[in-house]
Design a protein around this ligand. Structure first.
Ligand SMILES: [Zn+2]
Ligand SMILES: [Zn+2]
Length: 886
């Protein structure tokens, strides 16, 4: 008998091993980013990855899984995040241990397993265990009393709010039963009937059994499920508290090493100051969440998951400042999270450099905004103080929210600072702004999609999964199982109809993993469908989308399915090319260049990856050279089905945010590329022909995109480039090799010509000005010149006015030009006369004559007008004006 587990890692392993021994399949933790539920921001319970199985929309090859699942809970109740660090067991990231039964065992086994584990393996004293059941669940009550032998005094019947679980308003639901640990009477509890429902902290619920036994319909009626299921959840942090005998989860070994690092970095010891203790705990909790989120490819942003990450990360950074840390430090705490959790989650270790780099980067950005936020707050405080008496000593809620939202200031920080100035925050205004923000956040990630249509798909998919045979063939005979038009099932489709076709098997690849859906034809004895896209709207279902181009199509007909081989082959080249590109990027840039997404279509490929700086031309060429050398080697593809863990052990690259089953498809080319991938691939790298990078751009902070072409596409591209080059060469009558020198020479000549042109223009202006000087009049001792300067643009008018002013030394000058139905005027006054004549005023009056407007300074002004016929009148007007003033 091994000694009882004490460390959290031992508890985790003992749990999984215990259930494995009882016929359960050990399934690796699914991603924190749920792929099965678009309404959910994060996986927040162990059952989430199995939700579709419980709903009957998906089947697995096992009926008893056991998992240790990564979970995140952030939003929800008001100020949820603000509680973290202040309460004994509030967390953002946590782990849920679970054993599940999909219509296999039920209450007796679930209760017995739980009891055996907590008393037999964990060796918890039975006398400290209390259980709760749903008020009406006599079965569970009886099982605890008779089968387990628990005295009735330690079995509590609670009502629906506490002990009834439902997946949603409708669907699977049922009673629960919880196991609580009794830490003993709490000195501060005044409740004479202190029991598991009391919130004094004496009792800790650490194990929850959910008995899914009903289906609830829209009217609220409960119908027993034919095969009831089990979902259990035991928070690892809580189990560790019970086993290690501590009432704060931060005192378990899950948090101790992380807290230790935070204390070392800050020089603040736990237990010294209550507020600093809170900060240390916040940092420890948030560092776990941040490490896992970044490790799963989430990047800080202003919406959806990225927004949650940014809030948590900045909150942690801010608490670092409260601990006296002025430099980025959180990445160092994350490093200790990776040490502590890497054993159970090796992906953290693989991505260590990436995670700490990203966290550091975001910390640096925040520290920059922090001082800006502080100065904004300073200004607002001054403004509020200035208005005291009128608005009262209250900081507008909007301002507090902006500090919170844009600069990452928690409300309590703002309040602290305000308190020192005798001010407070308009809490209602802050809450209102927060609520508006929540609405925006909800809208940002809420999944859309037509529920009715997805139910139609789910119903079809449930019959039996569509068999995909497109790896081995491009054409086959099949039966049309369903025809959909406008999302509704139909019996037949006529010429011209847009339809969706479901068959019992298909060679068409449905869009997934970045590879687009196949195109081709479906032919029956009575008609033909042109397939333009193939999709998999729900697991197990392949839908061919297209239009009836001949005859009509009937449901149940025998059909021949033919994939467009040329397009498929082009897609295959691009997909295998993408794998080589990925491998080459990692070789040239390092392993932190991770795939963020890809698009593989017949005509092109696109690859997004994490990297901070633009690639140099030299790096791009090295990548191209590597890929093309691998293509030349003509390495054959090796395709295997392996257990996930084995594939990862062999170095296969798994992609962020992808979900993988227990058995995965592994594609290898030579010894240079191994990836988990369900796509279609070349038989050997030689089929790719050639790979050419077209462009490399940034698409988001820390994410770059490469677009490339392979095979014929690359050839066509190079030809187009060559053709363009040849056209240029023809135009310049020079061989391509001499083009750069020739173009440089042309540019030089052009610069010389421009200079010459400017010189000639100045000369012409000089001559024209000279001519104009003969028209100067003297009015009351003032030299006045008003004249036309044909063909001059406003810039030239200005130059002419300057020149004439200089030549006159003293006087008032106006030049005007007409063109394209408009008039342009410029008036200048020499410095000695600006006391008597103001150019701005003169131009306004003159411009009125030609139906225009203008203005300017006292010594120079310009105007435009719409009536060239009156230009002569306008010239006379200037003389009149000077005469009037002289
Ligand atoms: Zn109590
Ligand atoms: Zn792939």
């Amino acid at each position: 008998m091994p000694s009882r587990p004490r460390a959290a890692s031992e508890i985790r392993e003992a749990f999984l091993a215990f259930f494995e021994k009882r016929g359960h399949r050990r399934v690796p933790s699914a991603s924190l980013i749920p792929d099965s539920d678009p309404t959910l921001l994060f996986t927040n319970a162990g059952m989430v990855p199995f939700k579709r199985v419980f709903l009957g929309e998906e089947t697995r090859e096992y009926s008893r899984p056991t998992t240790a699942q990564k979970c995140m809970r952030v939003s929800g109740k008001h100020n949820d995040l603000e509680n973290v660090g202040r309460t004994p067991r509030h967390h953002t990231f946590f782990e849920m241990l679970g054993n599940f039964s999909f219509g296999d065992y039920f209450k007796p086994e679930a209760i017995e397993y739980a009891w055996q584990f907590v008393t037999g393996v964990l060796e918890l004293p039975p006398g400290r265990l209390h259980v709760t059941v749903f008020r009406e669940d006599d079965d569970a009550f009886g099982l605890w009393r008779d089968r387990v032998g628990l005295p009735e005094s330690r079995i509590y019947r609670l009502d629906e709010a506490d002990n009834f679980w439902a997946m949603g308003d409708t669907g699977p639901c049922g009673p629960c039963s919880e196991i609580h640990y009794d830490f003993g009477p709490q000195p501060h509890c005044t409740n004479p009937r202190c029991n598991p429902a009391c919130d004094c902290g004496r009792f800790l619920e650490f194990w929850n059994l959910v008995f899914m036994q009903f289906d609830r319909d829209g009217a609220g009626t409960l119908t027993p499920l034919p095969k009831p299921s089990i979902d259990t959840g035991a928070g690892l942090e809580r189990v560790a508290m019970v086993v290690q005998g501590v009432q704060w989860s931060y005192e378990t070994d899950l948090f101790r090493p992380i807290l230790l690092r935070a204390q070392e970095l800050s020089g603040c010891a736990l237990g010294g100051d209550a507020e600093k203790d809170v900060s240390l705990r916040v940092v420890a909790d948030h560092a776990r969440a941040v490490s896992f989120l970044v490790g799963e490819g989430v990047l800080p942003s202003n919406e959806g998951r990225g927004y949650v990450l940014r809030r948590i990360l900045r909150r942690a950074a801010r608490h670092g400042v409260l601990l006296g840390l002025e430099e980025p430090f959180l990445h160092a705490v994350c490093d200790s999270v990776i040490d502590a959790m890497g054993g159970a989650y090796p992906e953290l270790v693989d991505r260590r450099a990436y995670i700490t780099d990203r966290v550091r980067h975001e910390e640096e950005r925040f520290l920059e905004t922090l001082s800006k936020g502080l100065s904004l707050l300073g200004e607002e405080i001054r403004a509020v103080k200035h208005e005291v008496g009128r608005a009262g000593a209250v900081l507008p809620g909007e301002v507090a929210f902006r500090l919170y939202d844009t600069f990452g200031f928690p409300l309590d920080l703002t309040e602290d600072i305000l308190r020192g100035h005798g001010l407070r925050v308009d809490q209602e205004g802050f809450d209102a702004a927060m609520e508006r923000q929540r609405e925006r956040a909800r809208a940002a990630w809420k999944g859309s999609g037509d529920v009715a249509v997805s139910q139609v798909y789910a119903t079809i998919a449930m019959d039996e999964p569509v068999v995909f045979r497109g790896y081995e063939t491009l054409r086959l005979e099949a039966r049309i199982r369903a025809l959909l038009s406008g999302g509704a099932p139909v019996e037949r489709a006529r010429l011209g109809d847009e339809v969706e076709v479901v068959t019992d098997q298909t060679p068409f690849y449905a869009e997934s993993g970045g590879q687009v859906g196949d195109q081709g034809e479906i032919r029956t004895a009575t008609g033909r469908i042109q397939v333009t896209d193939t999709q998999r709207p729900v697991a197990g279902l392949v839908v061919h989308r297209g239009r009836v181009v001949a005859g009509e199509i009937q449901r149940d007909a025998a059909a021949q399915l033919v994939v467009d081989a040329e397009l498929r082959q082009a897609t295959v080249r691009n997909h295998s090319g993408t794998h080589l590109l990925h491998a080459a990027l990692r070789q040239v840039l390092g392993p932190q260049a991770l795939q963020k997404g890809s698009l593989v279509a017949p005509e092109r490929l696109r690859f997004d990856f994490t990297h901070d700086t633009p690639l140099s031309q030299e790096e791009i060429e090295r990548i191209e050279d590597l890929v093309n050398a691998w293509i030349e080697r003509n390495a054959p593809a090796r395709i295997r089905e392996l257990p996930y863990a084995k594939a990862i052990e062999e170095g296969a690259i798994a992609i962020f945010e992808e979900k993988y089953g227990d058995v995965v498809r592994v594609i290898s080319f030579g010894d240079f590329s191994t990836e988990l991938c369900g796509g279609t691939h070349a038989r050997a790298t030689g089929e790719i022909g050639v790979l050419k990078v077209l462009s490399e751009t940034g698409i988001a902070s820390g994410v770059r995109r490469i677009e490339a072409l392979t095979g014929q596409g690359a050839l066509a591209y190079m030809r187009a480039q060559e053709r363009a080059l040849r056209t240029i060469a023809d135009l310049l009558r020079a061989p391509p090799g001499e083009l750069p020198a020739r173009i440089e020479k042309l540019l030089e000549e052009r610069r010389a010509l421009e200079k010459e042109l400017e010189r000639l223009r100045a000369e012409r202006r000089g001559a024209a000005s000279g001519d104009l000087l003969s028209q100067v009049r003297e009015i009351g001792g003032v030299k006045v010149l008003a004249a036309r300067a044909e063909g001059a643009d406003p810039k030239e008018l200005r130059a002419m006015v300057d020149e004439l002013r200089a030549r006159l030394a003293s006087g008032v000058v106006m030049v005007a030009a007409e063109g394209e139905g408009r008039v342009a005027l410029a008036i200048g006054v020499t410095p000695d006369l600006v006391g008597r004549f103001r150019a701005g005023e003169l131009v306004r009056e003159v411009a009125q004559v030609v139906d225009g407007k203008g203005g300017g300074r006292a010594d120079f002004a310009q105007a435009g007008g719409r009536d060239p016929a009156k230009l002569e009148e306008a010239i006379q007007k200037l003389y009149t004006l000077v005469e009037g003033a002289a």
